[in-house]
Write a protein that binds this ligand. Structure first.
Ligand SMILES: Cc1cc2nc3c(=O)[nH]c(=O)nc-3n(C[C@H](O)[C@H](O)[C@H](O)COP(=O)(O)OP(=O)(O)OC[C@H]3O[C@@H](n4cnc5c(N)ncnc54)[C@H](O)[C@@H]3O)c2cc1C
Length: 216
């Protein structure tokens, strides 16, 4: 496991609350879907963040939401370009199987910044046979939307009606059945993951074909 200092190259603001930190990669190796621990080198305080960038990217990037009253995400939001952070990892086993990489259909379901590992999947494996559901409150939270093929991507906005599906990902799934041989990857908050797991199991998807990464 790597544990090294990485310099911040860019802070890209996506919305007033959400941003992408782009670090120098150095020789950090990972599999798409894994996460790292970002740590303040002075205080040793740290948190886990899924890797947003692709396996081929020269930079190592993370998609982060500045959480209200959250100490660490606020600290990250105020980093200055050129400052160094300790990055530990890679960690986790939320990675794609060989059969998915060979074309088996996969359904990716995220809420909020839970789209981060899926961004890494899609950028790393352009041939992936995926369908992506992204649940957000407002349309401007469709982070990195241009990355995804529009035929494979479905935004679900729960607090503002627009041109996308209006409602939570759980409502969308109840209206749009999933075939039982689909392999499903779920990432985001635990309430969504529990509810979506119940819905998928109701469609006959086996527990072993439902993989999840819980952020909080
Ligand atoms: C494996 C793993 C991967 C993660 N990857 C990411 C990631 O890619 N991007 C990211 O922004 N966060 C991610 N997180 C969450 C992250 O580790 C922190 O918990 C988060 O940044 C809040 O830290 P904080 O110190 O600011 O607030 P804290 O005081 O630690 O948390 C305050 C509260 O904020 C809420 N919260 C935590 N994370 C989020 C979030 N992402 N969106 C909305 N509310 C949240 C929770 O209710 C939490 O109890 C991940 C967590 C895990 C376990």
């Amino acid at each position: 496991m790597n544990k090294s200092l990485h310099q911040l190259l860019e802070l890209e603001e996506l919305t007033p609350e959400t941003f992408v930190l782009h670090f120098e990669r150095n020789d950090f190796q990972f599999k798409p879907g894994q996460y790292a621990v970002l740590r303040n080198p002075e205080t040793a305080e740290g948190r886990e963040y899924s890797i947003y960038s692709s396996e081929q990217d020269e930079r190592l990037s993370f998609l982060i939401r500045k959480v209200e009253f959250g100490d660490f995400s606020r600290y990250l939001r105020h980093l200055t370009i050129g400052s160094e952070l300790q990055i530990e990892g890679p960690r986790g086993c939320f990675v794609l199987d060989e059969d998915i990489l060979s074309g088996h259909p996969t359904l990716l379901i995220a809420t909020g910044t839970g789209i981060s590992p899926f961004h890494s999947f899609v950028q790393s494996y352009p041939e992936l046979n995926y369908r992506l559901l992204h649940g957000v409150h407002f349309p401007d939270e469709a982070y990195g939307r241009d990355t995804y093929n529009s035929d494979r991507y479905q935004l679900c906005t729960s607090r503002q009606e627009g041109t996308d599906y209006f409602g939570r990902v759980t409502y969308y799934l109840k209206e749009n059945p999933v075939s039982e041989d689909t392999v499903c990857y779920l990432c985001g908050n635990s309430d969504m993951i529990e509810e979506v797991t119940d819905i998928l199991e109701g469609y006959g998807v086996s527990a072993e074909n439902i993989r999840s990464e819980v952020f909080f």
